[in-house]
Design a binder for this molecule. Sequence first.
Ligand SMILES: [Zn+2]
Ligand SMILES: [Zn+2]
Length: 100
Amino acid sequence: MFFFLVGGLEQQATRMLKSGAGKCVACGSRADLVEYEKVLKLFFVPVWRWPGKHPLMRCDNCNLFYPPPPSPPIDVMRCKTCASDVDPSFRYCPFCGSAL
Ligand SMILES: [Zn+2]
Ligand SMILES: [Zn+2]
């Protein structure tokens, strides 16, 4: 298809959020957390651009964009009595009422 020879969708980093936030999933190089925009190009001219919804990781080395790894789970305490997941700031289990 001719369209795909002369144009395409590119992702471009627009703003650095966190330098060296992770490692590239493809080559293992340093990757940054960035805000990005998608750019539609026709004949190498940007004709339309719109911002990405979520920040992405971008590799310094191979320019790969990929979703950041999920943030580490927040600490959850487990009630010893009923085994429910409980916010660690609670002193009593909201499910069974036993002291934590
Ligand atoms: Zn890479
Ligand atoms: Zn409980």
